[in-house]
Design a protein around this ligand. Structure first.
Ligand code: NAD
Length: 501
């Protein structure tokens, strides 16, 4: 990384916060500080936006041909492969995930850069011709970069979320200012270093490390920012949308989820089917300690299967090995912060007070750090806060249904709509239910995979717009219609004005 505390990059220069303020980055495994970053503020943000503005209005990047932009994105992908171990380990330590997951994240980031390189390179650069009904008119729709993009990212997948924004923004020819989560900013700083190493013109990529209510809020309201792309919680996302409205900038929001995992009994009619559905329900709910926007935190299971399924799921949940993500055999890390731990504890306490039955976990293990044991809460219902609200911790609630209609109604009974899954061996039912679920991603007999080629985003309060896929790329571009009259002549709409005086 750059010199200590110089984690703000503005117009080609790494620097400390103008105020001199710093922030300690905490290792969630033992709650001790292990790094110090600059704590930027409004003045740093204004400088970064000015640099991005100048780089967009006068700089080379927006005027760089698509093939060269694609080539730079590919160079970044190669650098990510070169530094996979270093970056994967840093992500593991910063976000408290296993080393394996950190490495997988780096691979996914690399794939995002490659995907958007392919997308922009394979386009017909000439735009889309429109038939205007006359040989005397040449009409074409072209796509241009939006301008200066403000990119605000969360702490759970810091590098991955940054790449889902940075790669399409750059592929389209934009310049940007990124503000990573103040809790986990380290790998985003490294990614900006790699962009510069790959040859991105100075000023095109800027980063301000700092808090949401100053740096993030300033980016959202800044009149010189053309687009804000935000990934985070519903409360902050709503504030971002409100501030962005005043300056009528484009807004993309990727918010939370309360994602149903619907299991029909027919999916578990064989031992293999049962094992797979239980294993995947475990993974859906507890990977990265449930700190996943698409976590399958609501198990909605056919009533006759409930007891057997929940018993096996709970048995396995108790066996998940918690610890430091780099230690051999560790399967799951801690929560990211003391605040996240306290939030999870409060949700479990409220669920138990409201009548949930605890089948696994329920509290912290002995020892330091922000660990929380994978928790299964049976006998839950929609009246409970823990079922309606996003916990963002290792907490799985169990609800039951008797009919397909009831299953669909329960799965859709959420203000969110990010992702959901249906498990069944009945092909017709699978398609019927998938068609009825009001969620941005629906898995059939699977949970969690995504593809860079496929749009990611949510219905309802899970957000506005999409990331990834052609739709995710479109967020970063403006369509422009160029209408050329090859044989101009007067229209004489105001015919009276040509009468001789
Ligand atoms: P958060 O909303 O607290 O913070 C997200 C980012 O917004 C951070 O960088 C933060 O500093 C910034 N921020 C906070 N207040 C702000 C404000 N007023 N103006 C501008 N920026 C502000 O979210 P988090 O706790 O970091 O992340 C967890 C949330 O992110 C969860 O709700 C999760 O579901 C969501 N998430 C969604 C997706 C998705 O793809 N839909 C992916 C990952 C995480």
């Amino acid at each position: 990384m750059t010199a200590a505390q110089q984690t703000i990059h503005v117009g080609g220069e790494w620097r400390a916060a103008l105020s001199g303020a710093t922030r300690e980055i905490i290792d969630p495994v033992d709650a001790t500080p292990f790094e110090v970053v600059a704590e930027g503020g409004v003045a740093d943000t204004d400088d970064a936006v000015a640099a991005a503005r100048a780089a967009f209005d006068f700089g080379a990047w927006p005027r760089t041909p698509a093939a060269e932009r694609a080539a730079l994105l590919r160079r970044v992908a190669v650098l990510l492969e070169r530094d996979r171990e270093r970056i994967g380990a840093l992500e593991s330590r910063d976000a408290g995930k296993t080393l394996h997951e950190g490495r997988v994240d780096v691979d996914c980031v690399r794939d995002a850069f490659r995907y958007f390189a392919d997308l922009v390179e394979n386009e017909d650069g000439g735009g889309r011709a429109v038939d205007a009904g006359s040989d005397e008119i040449r009409s074409v729709v072209v796509h241009e970069p939006v301008g200066v993009c403000a990119l605000i990212t969360p702490w759970n997948y810091p590098l991955l979320q940054a790449s889902w924004k940075i790669a399409p923004a750059l592929a389209a020819g934009n310049t940007f200012v990124i503000k990573p989560s103040e809790i986990t900013p380290l790998t985003t700083v490294v990614l900006v270093e790699l962009l510069l190493e790959a040859g991105l013109p100075l000023g095109a990529a800027n980063i301000v490390t700092g808090p949401g209510d100053t740096v993030g809020a300033r980016l959202a309201e800044h009149p010189q920012v053309d687009l804000v792309s935000f990934t985070g919680g519903l409360v902050s996302g709503t504030k971002v949308a409100r501030s962005a409205a005043d300056s009528v900038k484009k807004v993309a929001l990727e918010l939370g989820g309360k994602n149903p995992n619907v299991v029909f009994a027919d999916a578990c009619s064989t031992p293999e089917g049962f094992d797979t559905a239980v294993d995947q329900a475990l993974n859906a709910a507890f990977i990265h300690s449930g700190q996943v926007c698409s976590a399958g935190s609501r198990l909605i299971i056919e009533e006759p299967l409930r007891d057997r399924f929940v018993a096996e799921l709970s048995r396995r949940a108790e066996l998940i090995r918690l610890g430091r993500g780099t230690d051999a055999g560790v399967e799951c890390g801690p929560l990211v912060s003391a605040a996240q731990l306290a939030r999870t504890e409060a949700y479990v306490a409220s669920a138990l007070a409201e009548g949930a039955a605890l089948r696994a976990g329920g509290g912290r293990p002995a020892g330091p750090g922000y660990f929380f044991r994978p928790t299964v809460l049976d006998r839950c219902h929609r009246g409970m806060r823990v079922v309606r609200e996003e916990v963002f911790g290792p907490v799985l609630t169990v609800e039951t249904f008797r009919t397909e209609e009831e299953a669909v109604a329960l799965a859709n009974d959420t203000e969110y709509g990010l992702a959901g899954a249906v498990w069944t061996s009945d092909e017709h039912r699978a398609r019927r239910v998938a068609g009825l679920l009001r969620h941005g991603t629906v898995w059939i007999n699977d949970f969690h995979p995504y593809l860079p080629q496929a749009e990611w985003g949510g219905f309802g309060k899970s957000g506005i717009g999409r990331e990834l896929g052609p739709g995710g790329f479109a967020e970063y571009r403006e369509a422009k219609h160029i209408y050329q009259n090859l044989a101009p002549r007067p229209v004489r709409w105001f015919a009276g004005t040509t009468a001789k005086g």
